[in-house]
Design a protein around this ligand. Structure first.
Ligand code: KG4
Ligand code: ZN
Length: 329
């Protein structure tokens, strides 16, 4: 079966064509970064309008690149949340109309959970899955026993990891999005010259907190610290926290594999150091191909196909869910 995936939850308009064994036939991502850069972040109304302009040509391009005719499709998968309400509604309305007109089944998927499925593009899907998702909007530890059974083991109590990267980057005088720029600058810095505090565990939970670390980095900058050293120290502290919670989750679940996905997993330093540390305890780190760490529609299609195979379809009156709490698959 071949699935058309559609993603429009934030600032990327994306469409992809994926087979049910996880092969990506095409993945097109039309980024809006240029549009929002001047504002230092995403402007919701501007994002929704751009999705409306770009979605149809993006889907057509994805089908053309895949060499797939609409008649070859067996499923339409679309992000139903979490995300910006107006942006989600554009993708959802398009997907519903597309499915209805061609008499195709529709599956609405959770964007955050879909990030984990990016690790199964071009790779076999095996359960149970322990996944650390760190993106611009969320930082969560998930355990999945199937596409329809998702347990949230831990979540950020305040900022998401990517959000902290973006805000610290802004204070260091770097552009948006901040993650890649901090990663680049950190290579020239020495974390020991501006050490930042670690974040103590929050009770007995696997929850995260990044806002104190963000503030500490910003204060060092105001106090005249070197941006490269602060960037390097910030990354070290983020790593330390991701590692401590992940190690605990592994101990509690007995997992032998960890999926690390979401925009922050594009960070080579974090990927390498996490992999190295987990190897030491016999745990394999599974990351998505680099281009599928950040937002894309191939991961939406991959989760949609898994849900459909598990018996799920969505009605045509499916609504957008800007905030999904607690997480639903
Ligand atoms: O998953 P994503 O594309 O969108 C959301 O669902 O939020 O994640 C975007 C986030 C941004 O905060 C961006 O700064 C961060 O991922 N990011 C990175 C890197 N590349 C993107 N953070 C750290 N290092 C990177 N190389
Ligand atoms: Zn995302």
């Amino acid at each position: 079966m071949i699935c058309l995936g559609i993603e429009s939850s934030c600032d990327e308009t994306a469409a992809a064509v994926v087979t049910d064994d996880g092969q990506v036939l095409s993945s097109v991502v039309a980024s809006q970064i240029d549009l929002h850069e001047a504002f230092g972040g995403v402007v919701p109304e501007v994002a929704a309008r751009r999705h409306l302009e770009r979605l149809s040509p993006t889907v057509e391009l994805a089908l053309r690149e895949a060499g797939t005719a609409p008649g070859d499709l067996g499923l339409v998968a679309v992000t139903r949340g979490p995300g910006l309400a107006g942006a989600l509604m554009v993708g959802l309305s398009y997907a519903k109309a597309y499915a209805f007109a061609r008499d195709l089944p529709l599956v609405g998927v959770n964007h955050v959970v879909a990030h984990a499925y990016a690790a199964f593009l071009g790779a076999p899907l095996r359960y149970p899955v322990l996944a650390l998702i760190a993106s611009g909007g969320h930082t969560v530890l998930l355990r999945l026993d199937s596409a329809r059974s998702v347990e949230v083991l831990g979540r950020s109590r305040d900022d998401a990891a990517g959000e902290a990267f973006d805000k610290v980057a802004r204070s260091l005088g770097l552009g948006y999005p901040g993650g890649p720029q901090i990663e680049r600058l950190a290579r020239e810095g020495d974390p020991k010259r501006e050490p930042l505090p670690g974040v103590r565990p929050i009770g007995d939970t696997l929850d995260f907190s990044f806002s104190g670390l963000k503030t500490a980095a910003q204060q060092r900058m105001q106090a005249g610290g070197q941006a490269a050293d602060i960037a390097a120290a910030f990354q070290e502290s983020v790593l330390a926290q991701l590692l401590s919670r992940t190690r605990l989750a592994i101990e509690r679940t007995g997992a032998s594999r960890l999926v690390f996905a979401g925009g922050v997993s594009a960070n080579g330093f974090l990927r390498e150091r996490l992999a190295q540390d987990l190897r030491g305890v016999g745990v394999e780190l599974q990351v998505p191909p680099f281009e599928y760490s950040t937002d894309n529609a191939a991961m939406i299609a991959r989760l949609g196909l898994a849900l459909y195979a598990a018996g799920e379809t969505s009605p045509l009156d499916l609504g957008a869910e800007p905030v999904i709490h607690p997480f639903k698959p």
